[in-house]
Design a binder for this molecule. Structure first.
Ligand code: NDP
Length: 416
């Protein structure tokens, strides 16, 4: 039988769809799953792609089915299962084979696995994949960390199966070792902020305006409800119920006034909040890039998030342009985003203020506003923190317009 070009371990939601995507792009694929029944079910459901799939029932069989040097994707639960799988593979793979962990690994685990495998003959890639089941099947966003050389060896298949934004593949090499998984983590952070902010706007629509109202006005409440349902809040429900008893259920006051204006404000507030969340995400990536010497390519990251992944949006195209145009610090400093925020931040402020007055919790939107306000405040208030630290610990402080370290006139101060 003709050998497969690539292998995949783990035929769960992501692995099975990724395998079909790879097969559909003309790459013969050998697959293995710990539980045999899942492999059988996968083969049974592979339809017209059946001939492109080679089911294997042991790691030895899997290795034998792939043409060396073997690219092999692991798509199992993150954590210990990945380490166990790599350990088992060491016994069956050969020099120059590439092991690709495509799950949601902690980037520090990825860095550790790189160093553990260095010198073993095997090459390791840590690859973030976003887009859920649908993306895996029809085109995900793919964030690769590893050596540039290893990326070149798998670039063809990964770009082929990735999502496309105006024909540009949403797959790229982002840096060495943990770079791909780190960027995926930030992607997920932005995704949670997005969902939280959508949920908060939904809360205002539901409790402050009436949902029915939102539906009548053509607001996509079903999408919002779906995002809300995705949130994981149930774990502290008992505590919230106890707190409601302790403080009494004051409910959220209905927000009065011009509904059209408020709906417009809600839209712009969400927009401004999202910009702030992205700005923070890119700022964190920029810091990590320096810390870990990844040289993360910000324009490329924005580009490969434009399609396929969960947080894809039109705004990412503007971000890609901003970074390509040299926006090197915070996204909030890119000219395009300065004008967008100037238009949108008053709405964010009004929404946060009115929601607070009405008793509707909006933690993500208010923290986005606080971030924006703090970021654009040339003279902040942390000078008083320096003074307090000097008082209790003689840490010293600096002065505006004067060189050197100073101490305040507080005598011996307090212990701290
Ligand atoms: P599923 O729960 O659908 O499948 C899990 C897979 O892992 C199964 O094939 C399972 O095998 C295998 N597995 C679990 N434990 C072990 C083990 N100890 N040894 C060998 N195999 C094991 O998970 P997903 O497909 O959703 O997720 C896979 C990875 O992809 C995870 O890292 C996840 O975080 C990540 N991911 C998921 C996304 C999603 O939307 N679902 C999106 C992006 C990334 P068995 O059949 O034997 O149980």
């Amino acid at each position: 039988m003709e050998k497969a070009e690539i292998g995949l371990i783990g035929l769960g939601t992501m692995g099975s769809n990724l395998a079909l995507n790879i097969a559909e792009h003309g790459h013969r694929i050998a697959v293995f799953n710990r539980t045999r029944a899942r492999t059988d079910a996968f083969v049974e459901n592979s339809g017209a792609l059946r001939d492109m799939v080679v089911p294997c029932y042991s790691l030895e069989e899997l290795a034998a089915a792939i043409r060396p040097p073997r690219p092999l994707i692991i798509m199992v639960l993150a954590g210990k299962p990945v380490d166990e799988q790599i350990e088992a593979l060491r016994g069956v793979l050969s020099d120059n084979d590439i092991v690709i962990d495509a799950g949601n690994a902690n980037f520090r685990d990825t860095m550790r696995r790189f160093s553990e495998l260095s010198g073993s003959g095997l090459t390791f890639i840590g690859m973030g994949v976003s887009g859920g089941e649908e993306g895996a099947r029809h085109g995900p966003s793919i964030m690769v960390g590893g050596t540039e050389d290893s990326w070149k060896r798998v670039e063809k298949v990964l770009t082929a199966i990735s999502a496309k934004f105006k024909d540009e593949p949403c797959a790229a090499w982002l840096g060495t070792d943990g770079a791909g998984h780190f960027v995926k983590t930030i992607h997920n952070g932005i995704e949670y902020a997005d969902m939280q902010m959508i949920a908060e706007i939904y809360g205002i629509l539901r409790d402050g305006l009436g949902v029915i109202e939102a539906q009548q006005l053509g607001i996509p409440a079903t999408a919002i409800e779906a995002a809300v349902a995705a949130r994981v809040l149930s774990s502290i429900k008992d505590e919230r119920q106890a707190a409601e008893k302790a403080y009494g259920n004051i409910g959220v006051t209905r927000i009065s006034g011009d509904k059209d204006a408020l709906l417009k404000d809600l839209e712009l507030a969400l927009f401004a909040g999202k910009i702030a969340a992205y700005a923070q995400g890119f700022a964190v990536m920029s810091g990590a890039s320096k810390e870990f010497n990844w040289n993360l390519p910000m324009p490329t990251i924005a580009k490969i998030w434009r399609a396929g992944c969960i947080i894809r949006s039109q705004m990412l195209d503007t971000m890609a342009e901003a970074f390509s145009g040299g926006a090197s610090t915070n996204l909030l400093m890119a000219p395009a985003f300065i004008s967008l925020m100037q238009e949108a931040h008053p709405s964010l402020r009004r929404v946060v203020a009115r929601a607070s007055e009405a008793g509707a919790p909006v933690p993500a939107l208010s923290s986005a506003l606080a971030y924006f306000d703090s970021y654009r405040q040339g003279r902040g208030t942390s000078n008083l923190i320096q003074a307090q630290r000097d008082f209790f610990g003689a840490h010293g402080f600096e002065r505006i317009g004067e060189q050197g370290a100073f101490h305040g006139p507080w005598g011996s101060g307090a212990a701290g």
